[in-house]
Ligand binder design. Sequence first.
Ligand SMILES: Nc1nc2c(ncn2[C@@H]2O[C@H](COP(=O)(O)OP(=O)(O)OP(=O)(O)O)[C@@H](O)[C@H]2O)c(=O)[nH]1
Ligand SMILES: [Mg+2]
Ligand SMILES: [Zn+2]
Ligand SMILES: [Zn+2]
Length: 235
Amino acid sequence: MHQTFDAALGINLLHANQAGADHNREHFDEWGITCFNVMSSPGAGKTALLEKTLAVLTNEYKIAVIEGDMTTELDADRLRKYNVPVIAINTGRSCHLDSKMVSGGIHRLAHEYNPSEFDLVLVENVGNLVCPAEFEVGEHAKVALLSLTEGEDKPLKYPVMFQEADCLLITKMDLAPHLDVDVNQIVANVRQMNSHVTIIPVSAKTGEGLETWFDWVRSQLDRSSTTKHQLSTVH
Ligand SMILES: Nc1nc2c(ncn2[C@@H]2O[C@H](COP(=O)(O)OP(=O)(O)OP(=O)(O)O)[C@@H](O)[C@H]2O)c(=O)[nH]1
Ligand SMILES: [Mg+2]
Ligand SMILES: [Zn+2]
Ligand SMILES: [Zn+2]
């Protein structure tokens, strides 16, 4: 975790971040957009999951991506193949996206498109199992990935990500026969940190579990459109 109080600036960094996150959330709500913050260690399969997700769900929803990487547009270019707006944010030396960076991204989206046409914004965070979970960006749900190769103990050693997640995908399930890894133990360790998180084992390679993941995404969008409808009938 980062030091969250900057003595030189005299401000609480997490507090300042929260104000930016609230601003982003207000925009998402005003535009009727649901936003997910997708987080994991480097290489757990975030971009692979987003590729599979865009291939199917762009038939049902209008989706945009905010792609956070320290350098390069490699992931952004992978996702542009699905004909969705992909806003690349290079974080430079920062190992997570903060709300100000995402704010820049969504204002660009609003400048180039009519943002009210979008249903879903997927934010791929910088690969890092620690601080992305601390810095809210205005998302409605946090989606964390843990790949089978990372080990059963990670939910215990890096608790914040697992405590904060609304949905936890156990990725690369196709590798299970090749590894000495106990998936039930991973699930038990995640549950110890977070009793209510939705846990979905998936493989972007074989497609295992992806329908369950798509259904979870659909359930989040259904819920937000119900809320939107209720709000609009109140006013
Ligand atoms: N066997 C297997 N490999 C996978 C799967 N998903 C992703 N990979 C591989 O894992 C590597 C990393 O995948 P990415 O999708 O780039 O991971 P990422 O989390 O986006 O990585 P960063 O953005 O760098 O943090 C690639 O070589 C993928 O082909 C899967 O379900 N099964
Ligand atoms: Mg990636
Ligand atoms: Zn604004
Ligand atoms: Zn960081």
